[in-house]
Design a protein around this ligand. Structure first.
Ligand code: ADP
Ligand code: MG
Length: 136
């Protein structure tokens, strides 16, 4: 039985700044993800605040939104079976120091805030996040 899903991935400013987008996109491809949609954009602080609204009560919210809007990002929809969970596994733990060997955040992340990639955490949020960046 197939369970094809889509998830939203973002290559964050720290990785784009280091010109890692092709290397990271290749990681998705060799791990079986199809990049269905893709665009490089530079969002405003207000857009970042909307995207990360779920975190608005967190002490790191302001820094997080300032950071995501600090430079260009690459947003993508990734497709494969179990895309949401498999992308979270490929990314690794939020804090690169705690991420497993071989994960994207272990390989490329600099710190908990500059952790190189975002990935949706559920199918419900994947749909919301894909709509946020790719509606019409
Ligand atoms: P994830 O990106 O793994 O889903 P969260 O949704 O919890 O993690 O947090 C969103 C982003 O906020 C993280 O990717 C990270 O960049 C940042 N963040 C999370 N926790 C902290 C923290 N304690 N201090 C600073 N930044 C944080
Ligand atoms: Mg999250």
């Amino acid at each position: 039985m197939s369970n094809t899903e889509q998830t939203l991935s973002i290559i964050k400013p720290d990785a784009v700044e280091r010109n890692l987008q092709d290397e990271i996109k290749n990681e998705f491809k060799i791990n079986g993800f199809e990049i269905v949609k893709e665009k490089k954009i530079h969002i405003s602080k207000q857009e970042a605040e909307k995207f990360y609204k779920v975190h608005e009560t967190k002490p790191f919210y302001n820094n997080l939104c300032a950071y995501l809007s600090s430079g260009p990002i690459v947003v993508m929809t990734l497709q494969k079976e179990n895309a949401v969970l498999d992308n979270r596994k490929l990314m690794g733990a939020t804090n690169p120091d705690q991420a497993e060997e071989g994960t994207l955040r272990k390989k490329y992340g600099i710190s908990i805030d500059k952790n190189s990639v975002h990935g949706s955490d559920s199918n419900e949020n994947a749909k919301i996040e894909i709509d946020f960046f790719f509606k019409d």
